[in-house]
Design a binder for this molecule. Structure first.
Ligand code: NAX
Length: 329
């Protein structure tokens, strides 16, 4: 075992970080034969808490974990990184408008994009989890001069996993039997979880579920509003499931994913399916196992799908216009 992958995680002392770090250290992304060096980033006041996380990671004695470093400087945390998981962001405060949230986070992701360009490894991949993740990813991508745009992805894998669970429960099957759910658009409550190409134990999802009204109504709403339901129940936002999804997303980049069981990734739009070009939007994607993705082509979108996707694409265009001053790099 000679290979060591350097994984940078921002917001590493937060809730998602606390679940994500052990998954990474156990080989959740690169598998059981690749050693991991964790490079953790936090804001300065949180460094003492991060030190506690570092001590716990040490105490776990993970066989694959070679080192853990902590910093409040993105250029240090991203140094030579193979994978940057951008989890930390500023939460929406009381009375805060969406534009303010986008602008405040934008400043974080400008700096992190620049630091990735300056210090990350030559083959780096970036996964943005911190919300609003699609537009944060767009900002980081635009500010990482010299880093190809296709290295940047944002996470709708949690929404894909949530949709799988809902379909499985409704059809009386196991979630491992669900394939090819797509989350189009934004990781927000405008997202469009699309079941039209999904299968459940090999059967078309619509036939297996046999309840069109449920698919178009309760299913969509449950997936779109699941984050809020978790907060209402737990008093805190999703963390374990978000960490698992972040691992699933990153593992998809490094494990070949086929058109028989695609991954829903937010990637820069090339205009496929009428998605506005240049936004970071959810698409069905295959991957080659070397960190590279392609948008699955040739899927039919009916009028219902076009209408629902159009709503979430418009929201992403709107977000982009709110941060246009941050995209000049
Ligand atoms: P927490 O508030 O528990 O942790 C966030 C951490 O980020 C904090 O420790 C904070 O100090 C740190 N941080 C803030 N600014 C930073 C900066 N500039 N550099 C480094 N660290 C910084 O939030 P948590 O529950 O862990 O969620 C993290 C982010 O994930 C949030 O933005 C959240 O909205 C987002 N989520 C995204 C999901 C997705 O599907 N894309 C789902 C889950 C989650 O809601």
């Amino acid at each position: 075992m000679t290979q060591v992958k350097r994984v940078a995680v921002t917001g590493a002392a937060g809730q998602i970080g606390y679940s994500l770090l052990p998954m990474l250290a156990e080989g959740g992304v690169f598998g059981p034969d690749v050693e991991i060096a964790l490079q953790l980033l936090e804001v300065t006041p949180v460094l003492p808490a991060l030190e506690g996380v570092r001590m716990e990671l040490e105490d776990c004695a993970f066989p694959l974990l070679r080192s853990v470093s902590c910093s409040d400087d993105p250029k240090v945390a991203f140094k030579d990184a193979d994978l940057c998981m951008l989890v930390g962001s500023k939460p929406r405060g009381p009375g805060m408008e969406r534009q303010d949230l986008l602008q405040d986070n934008g400043k974080i992701f400008i700096g992190q994009g620049q630091a990735i360009a300056e210090t990350a490894g030559p083959d780096v991949r970036v996964v943005v989890v911190g919300n609003p993740c699609n537009t944060n990813c767009l900002i980081a991508m635009h500010n990482a001069k010299g880093v190809p745009a296709d290295r940047f992805t944002a996470m709708t894998r949690l929404d894909q996993n949530r949709a799988k669970a809902q379909l499985a429960n409704k059809a009386g099957k196991h979630w491992s039997e669900i394939r090819n759910v797509t989350i189009w658009g934004n990781h927000s409550n405008t997202q469009y979880p699309d079941w039209h190409h999904a299968t459940i134990a090999g059967q078309a999802a619509a036939a297996a579920v046999n309840d069109d009204a449920w698919l178009k109504g309760e299913f969509l709403k449950t997936v779109q509003e699941r984050g809020k339901a978790i907060i209402n129940a737990r008093g805190k936002s999703s963390a374990m499931s978000a960490a698992k999804a972040a691992c699933d997303h990153a593992r998809s980049l490094y494990t070949p994913t086929t058109a028989d069981d695609w991954a829903s990734l937010c990637v820069v739009s090339d205009g496929s399916y009428g998605t506005p070009e240049g936004i970071i939007s959810g698409f069905p994607c295959t991957t080659d196992g070397n960190g590279n993705w392609s948008i699955v082509q040739g899927l039919e979108m009916n009028d219902f799908s076009k209408e629902k996707a159009g709503i979430t694409w418009a929201e992403l265009e709107d977000e982009r216009s709110m941060v246009k001053d941050l995209l000049n790099g």
